[in-house]
Design a protein around this ligand. Sequence first.
Ligand code: F6P
Length: 550
Amino acid sequence: MRALTESVAWNNLQQHACAAKQQHLAALFAQDPQRFKRFSFQQGSLLLDLSKQRISIETVELLLQLAAQQELPARIEALFRGDIVNCSEQRPALHTALREPEGTVVRVDGKNIVPDIQRNLVRMKVLVDAIHSQQWRGYAGDAIDTIVCIGVGGSDLGPVMTCRALAEFAPEPAAHLKMHFVSSMDGSQLARELQKLIPERTLFIVASKSFSTIDTMANASTARAWLEKYTDAPVEVLLERHFIGISATAARMTEWGIHPEHQLEMWSWVGGRFSMWSAIGLPVALHIGYQGFLRLLEGAHQMDLHFRHSRLEQNLPVLLALTEIWNINFLGIHAHAILPYDGRLQHLPAYLEQLQMESNGKSTTRHNQSVSYRTCPVLWGEIGPNAQHAFYQLLHQGTEDVMCDFVVSARRYSHRKNDELRHQHHLAQANLLAQSRLLAFGDHALPPDAHTPAYKRYAGNQPSTTILLDQLTPETFGQLIALYEHKVFVQAMVWDINPFDQWGVEQGKVMATQLMPVLTDSSVALDAELDSSTANLVRAIRHEQKQENI
Ligand code: F6P
């Protein structure tokens, strides 16, 4: 098979890039008054503006040829159909099935999985109703008013992001619930919460696809020990009244002590970072209500339908993905900033870091060959206005090319009679528009002044995408996240990598397990093969620990 970089479509893009690299965004806009119309795309309540990307009509045509060459339409269909798209683990990746309405058929190994998904949703609803109606009681008969969600990675980032983003949609019955999220391995978040929590009224949700992730299991054990130390109530009662488990491995939940009726299922065909639509989303359903959770699924489903059925040239996830491929592989841009101009989207950057870097941070193709091109760039982000006071200096005047995603809603606070807050929203919007403009056009957007010293100049030409939601609702948020999920998939297909495995995170866990004994028992001899840095750091830790014990 011909390597991607030797293919006709790739070579055409490379040649095209030689000239395109010289072009400034200011010139591209000056040449084409229709640029916004040409390169902005509406789907449902979401507007994707790609006009501030360094693309032309020809660029898009060539990128679409690359997508066709990589058989993108067939691969999209294979994803939705439930083919084994995760080749290293021999699994489908069916997060889209989690958003399918009742009555749809999606088969895995010949079995329609949609009824199982619907049954699980009903079980989620039963739990949500019991907690909201205060029927769920702790061991001493008190109603639950505090939920502590324990998980990490995909079992944490999606729920925490969504709960924070959509908090204002919390229905009345959820108003009494306080939600806490605990993920850090060292126990610092949990320790802080445990000081304030009332055991009789606290419910822990332990979410882990594998139910073996050491970070999560350590936090869960600490929580369980905390309850056991607090009361003499039988441990079975504590486990039954104070823990819900969510996992793809029921046996491990049972072994840990989760009551069978309080176990929620997920499946091996849902990847961790794609799992917020499954039972992993229980905290979301508790926080914004079960109906709110269904609205979220519906929004994502609308994006699924668009992605599956639209032509490539009108397809938002495809166009977004290809534009970034242009930046990464042909313009040489290897940093990507995520900049929501909305405090509710505070956790979006962290979520997208995992979604994109764990999915596409790969250097081996699906056919086990090393790639000879760049894949996922380094991604980071922050609430945009806060980032303006932190790292925008580098974006404007540093030496790195960076592509940016700006995300904002058109309307906010409209249901409130609060002029001050509406003013603050306009302030955020004005800042977004100003920043994306200055990044794109630099000095070209400013009045000419020959005397401006170099340190006050702006080169511009930093490409950006703006995503405008009409307003932030469960539906539009579902659309937004599904847009990003599908973008990641498209990029992986073009790069011919598997976005659904994460072998790169495994070896570190094994090594940590091997190192544990030398830290917990000072009589254990250090491995003679250990490198001198690690060995001496262990010695330094042991020395400090010895001082502590004197
Ligand atoms: O170590 C990485 C990872 O496996 C992620 O892919 C996953 O989202 C996270 O750990 C948590 O895994 P689990 O849900 O099995 O606890």
